[in-house]
Structure formats: C-alpha cells, structure tokens
Design a protein around this ligand. Sequence first.
Ligand code: G4P
Length: 526
Amino acid sequence: MSNQKEIEKRRTFGIISHPDAGKTTLTEKLLLFGGAIQTAGAVKSNKVKKHATSDFMEIEKQRGISVATSVMGFEYEGLQINILDTPGHKDFAEDTYRTLTAVDSVIVVIDVAKGVEEQTEKLVEVCRMRKTPIIVFINKLDREGLDGMDLLDEVEEKLGLNVRPLSWPIGMGQRFQGVYNLYEKKLCLFSPHGKQAEEGVIEFDDLQDPELEKHIGGAAASELRDEVEMVDTVYPDFDREAYLSGEQSPVFFGSAINNFGVKELLDCFIEIAPTPLGRDAEERRVLPSEDKFSGFVFKIHANMDPKHRDRIAFCRIVSGQFERNKNYHHVRLGKNFRSHNPTSFMASKKSVVEEAYPGDVIGLYDSGTFKIGDSLTEGETLNFKGIPSFSPEQFRYVNNADPMKSKQLNKGLLELMDEGLAQLFTKEDNNRKIIGTVGALQFDVIQYRLENEYGAKCNYEPMHLHKACWVKCSDPKVLDAFINRRKKDLARDKQGRLVYLAETAWGLKTVQEAHPEIEFFFTDEF
Ligand code: G4P
C-alpha cells in the first residue's frame, strides 16, 4: 500500500469545450493558481491560432509545441493535478476522444451566450458512455447571455446530464455582480480582471439576511433569493456519489478571463473529483492500489520534422509505480521495454521522470514500438479496455498515385493507422480502400507523411458518408443474409471486422429498423 499516499494526491482530468468557449483561458487560470505558470498568456501562446490557415504544416509546427501542453501538471493545496489537453479546432481528431479515456473526470466549459455547441455535445457523449464524472463551468458571465435556468435546461436536454448548480449568478453582462456559492454558502462579489479581493468573498449562510441588500442592492437581492429558492426546489441536492458515477453534474458560473469563479471551481473540484480510478482490462479490473505497475498508451504523437523522426507515446499509469530504466513487459509484442528518458509534463516544461504513479501520464520516446491501446505491465498479460476507435465522420476513398510504390503505400497506411491518425476500411464489394477520420486535417497529414516518410503517393476521392458503425449479429445466417443484401454499404476494418457505411442519419435509422437482429456500434469496443 506504499503508493496510497501518491494516489490520493492525484487528480487527473480534462477540460472540454467547443472552440472559443474559454478552455484555454480557464486552463491558464488554473495553472496560475498552481503557480505552474507566472504570467497569463503562457498557454495561449502555445495554442493553435484559431483563424490560422488550413495549412496543416503550420498547425503541425504549433502542435510540436502543443506536445508540451498535452499534459499539464501542477500542485495545488498539496495535490498533484494533471490536466490532459483535448485539442479542438482543426486539431480535433480521434485523439481528442481518446484522451478522455485517460482522464478520471472532466470539466465542461460552456459559453453563456452560445449555450451548448456541437463539439461539446460530441465530447460529452463519450464521457457519458464512460460514466465520467462531469463538472460544468458556465463561462463569460461578464457578457450578456442566456437565462441561467434556460441554459441549464439546454445542458440537460442536449448533453443528457442531470445538473445541480453549486453556484448561482447575480445578474450578467453589465449587471453582473458575482455569484452566490451554494456549496460553501458564500457571496462572491465580482470585480473585473481578477482583482477579486479576499473581502470580495463573504460568508453568507442565509440569503434572507437583510445584509444582502447592502452588498448587491434591493432588486438583485430579491431576484437572487427567488432564483436560489427555485434552484433548490427544481434540482435535487448535490450528491457526491451521483457525481462520481456520472449521474449528476454540478454547475458553476464565472468568468475565466476575469479569473472569477475559477478558484471556487478549483476548490470544489479538489474536494469532490475522483482520485485515480482503476481500469478494466479484458482479463480483469486493475486497481490503482495494486503493487505492480501497469499502464496503457492512449495517444501517439509523431514528429513530422524529418530531422527528428521521434514519436512520443503517451502512457497513462493505471497501477503500481513506474520507474525509469526498469524493464517492463510490452504485452502485445511479448517482449521487454525499457525507457531511459520517460518524460513528465509539469506545466509546459518537459522533464525526465524517475518514477510516476497512477493518474500520471508519461511520455515514452519510441520509434514505432507502440500502437494505441498497447499496455505495459510487470509481466502479466493485461489488455486494457476502453481505448476504442470511434466511428469516423469524414471519409475519402484513397487511391495509389504511384503504382511502383504500392508496397510502401500499404505499409505507410497501416503504420499511420496504428498511431491512431485515422481508420482504414476496405469495401466488401470491390476492395477499395477508404480512410475515415474524425477531423478533416488528418487527410492532409496522411498524404504528407506517406510521401515524406514512406515515399508513397496517394490521392483522395470524395465520399459522402454520415458514419461508419461496427455491426454484429449472434445468428450467422442472419448476418450472412444481411451481408449479401447490403454488400455495397459494407466494409471491413483493419482487423477484418464488419462495418456498415451509412450515407445519412436517416438511412442508418431505416437500416437499423429493417434489421432489428443486427446490432450497430459507434465505437469498436463491443
Ligand atoms: P478556447 O480555448 O475554448 O477556444 O477559448 P479561449 O480560452 O481561447 O477563449 C476564447 C475567447 O473568449 C478569447 O477571446 C478569450 O479571451 C475570451 N474569453 C475567455 N473567457 C472569457 C470570459 O470570461 N469573458 C469574456 N468576455 N471573454 C472570455 P479572443 O478575443 O478570441 O482571444 P484573445 O484575443 O483574448 O486572446
């Protein structure tokens, strides 16, 4: 049980949002609290410029830096907090989804003016699937936005969450005066630009106390009383167990840019968020408190600079203690693996680590040893579940553009798929190859890397598909009949599993209804 102290110290989470909701700003403020960075702007400057060109090399250059911000660790109140970055914008890819398999909880940032947006919906869906505990932070209260109650209705409806506000805003935009912290029963008065002084936080057990008027004025006081009463009537009490099982999501309001509401969020987060959780392997469940080390690779970052052809495999530690220079068992390859220079990510500095514990993410330098989903152990065969491939949403036929290099093309495609860049499907009727991705940028990356690293050339043909989903049926006869009937809409993934290519959402629904015996899956883990 020697690791128990280290485990209890750790909180590993991700911040997810639609682009522009304020994820970077919030991350930065959290790092400032932890003293991990000294100046605002440090994370921001590493960020992929939003309106940047679709020139992926430019993005890639910046991604080079973003390796450093893939995991940001800092200490706060004696705890070790690890924030895993979930890239958005043009960088949005399966990686973003898969990172969610390596966190123990998430904070969802929502722009009060925009409400729930598309990328948030997709990411929360993955969290829900995994029952990841979620805290919601409604941001930009210094601007006019949607009514608090309406917004929470939208969160419940579109994200499928059961919310419980733990703070409540007092006005918004020009009239924004702060929040009432329902969790700690404190009145937090707003002053812009993070100047919220200690005296801006007032213990306030009873909102009926006439003192309230003195602080926020009569009209705002009565509005706050009414609204808090409504909140307490409409929403069940906060229940930590329900939060931990992903069944209830506490909500905070604030303004990240003004550093307002962020400390309350962080203080509550460290109190309620889970310590590193165990993970299910195909063989058994693995607990963090186990003596023996185990971990899994959830992301591979390849450096595209031909002068530095290194890759970093990101490994989340599940159990035991990882030590530098120790031999571990690479389960898939059945051989030993030893890392001389495992990397930890404290803020934006990379440094070699001597040891790491459950909840930590380490970077392992690698020249092609790892695939997404690989596990390392002290000898036991463990294949961690829950690092799935997700149903892609963008598709193109891939053609060989240089017939002399078909071997190189096939090798390149398979290796790039192992890195988790995209998924490769082979059509059942004509054997044509299809690449499916979650974000469009991946097509350019694949083409570029095939040429530069494998000397192979490819071109693409557009393809209009809504989704690819894996299909299964317990009755082989029914499955055969389905295959015969729908051959032109079927393909095989890299492992030879059957995949249905749906042209439209409606078409998919119709096929599902027409074939109730066939099961359709949106990740490859079923
Ligand atoms: P993202 O990572 O989720 O994409 O969002 P990011 O933090 O970059 O924030 C997007 C924009 O929203 C930024 O403005 C940021 O300054 C602004 N923002 C973040 N939090 C708040 C807030 O609480 N209130 C208000 N009013 N704005 C906020 P930008 O103009 O796009 O970038 P910049 O020029 O400020 O860097």
